[in-house]
Design a protein around this ligand. Structure first.
Ligand SMILES: *Cc1c(COP(=O)(O)O)cnc(C)c1O
Length: 387
């Protein structure tokens, strides 16, 4: 007997990395030592003091019971303190902070709280795929906002048609941006607040890369923008900041009605993250953040090696001041797919074709700074040999 999958699953775009993984395995089977710049997952381990906090906490019986879907009060407090230190913003841990099972979980579930079938969600392209997928699962329709080099990878809000705006409920933003590595100036956030107020739209800002910044650049919080706290929430992740992708822990802060609605969704779906993991997250957030600065230094050196090497080979490669991605325009005559296939098959270098993040990513590939510097040098040598 066969069972037909739901329309919502059938509508899903193919998951990009499945295809990439298959191609990588094929090339590896030929004996090639593939250098993987494909997936945005830090290669270095979680700092030792965080792991140790987990090891102690895991033995405590109080963590063995159901956690709360809002998250432990102590972690919500640590998250609020972190925001206070980092941005000077005060959030009430009781009503303005919620713990997430990784920020992806909150991002995927948030539309269930505010989107009805027929409603529109404004989603950048290229982008992290979950904004569109959460929209789809909630029965909403995605309206794509192209991010182009001409617009500094900021969406053109004035170009959205009036009939779309009437049905729009949520605007997703993500700065520092995956995959383009773009940053948003405070003037842009001010424009967003004005736009969202005029049209009654919720702004969700994905700040997963807020701490992955270089050359002295400090990413602002969207919620620092005057008026933003009345209409928005911000999603934070410990994954990239503390090399904790596998732990599944993040949090959201912002408008209390939105946090309460997300809590209502979550309390009906999940029961929160394991208490010992939340305890480890407290250790990370309450630390002196020197581990973050160490990672920033490591990524800066890798970035410099990769980008100066690419530039020497004649690529139009910008030096990103945030994220751990290089968003590289492919040479003339190639599509994203053709160029990444060339790099994988001829040089054993895996990078992500830009169109995998949406049609507007065509003409680019994304390279992640997730291998040591000597391998970055090897990438440049291999490219030199084939180009
Ligand atoms: C990695 C990433 C996340 C997800 O982080 P988790 O907290 O691990 O779920 C969210 N948004 C963007 C843009 C990312 O690249």
């Amino acid at each position: 007997m066969t069972f037909k999958k739901s329309d919502r699953l059938q509508q899903l775009p193919p998951y990009l990395f499945v295809d990439l993984d298959r191609k990588k395995t094929e090339v590896q089977a030929k004996g090639v030592d593939v250098i993987d710049l494909g997936i945005g997952d830090p290669d270095l381990p979680t700092p030792r003091f965080i792991v140790e906090r987990m090891m102690a906490a895991v033995q405590e019986a109080r963590y063995h019971r159901y956690p709360s879907s809002l998250g432990r009060a102590s972690l919500r407090k640590a998250a609020a303190n972190w925001c206070k230190k980092r941005f000077g913003l005060s959030f009430d841990p009781e009503s303005e902070v919620i713990v997430l099972i990784g920020s992806k979980e909150g991002i995927a579930h948030f539309p269930l709280a505010f989107v009805n079938p027929g409603d529109v969600v404004l989603v950048p392209t290229p982008a992290y795929p979950v904004y569109h997928i959460g929209t789809l699962f909630s029965g909403g329709e995605t309206y794509y906002l192209p991010l182009t080099a001409e617009n500094d990878f900021l969406p053109d809000l004035d170009a959205i048609p009036g009939d779309v705006l009437k049905r729009a409920r949520i605007l997703w933003l993500n700065y520092p941006n995956n995959p383009t590595a773009a940053t948003a100036p405070p003037e842009f956030f001010a424009k967003v607040v004005d736009f969202a107020e005029r049209h009654g739209i919720i702004v969700c800002h994905d700040a997963a890369y807020s701490e992955m910044t270089y050359d002295g650049y400090r990413a602002p919080s969207f919620l620092e923008t005057p008026g933003a706290r009345g209409l928005g929430v911000e999603f934070y992740s410990l994954s990239k900041t503390y090399n904790m992708t596998g732990w599944r822990i993040g949090f959201a802060v912002g408008n209390p009605d939105m946090i309460a609605a997300l809590k209502q969704v979550k309390s009906n779906i999940d029961s929160g993250q394991f208490g010992a993991i939340q305890e480890a997250a407290i250790a990370a957030l309450e630390s002196d953040q020197s581990c973050v600065r160490e990672m920033q230094d490591i990524y800066t050196r890798r970035r410099n090696t990769l980008v100066t090497g690419l530039q020497a080979l004649g690529f139009d490669a910008p030096l990103p001041k945030s994220t751990f991605y290089v968003w590289l325009r492919v040479p003339g005559g190639y599509t994203s797919q053709a160029f990444s296939a060339l790099l994988l098959e001829q040089a054993g270098v895996l990078c992500t074709p830009g169109n995998g993040f949406g049609d507007a990513g065509e003409g680019y590939v994304r390279m992640a700074l997730t291998v040591p510097r000597n391998q970055m040098q090897e990438v440049i040598q291999r490219l030199e040999a084939i180009l």
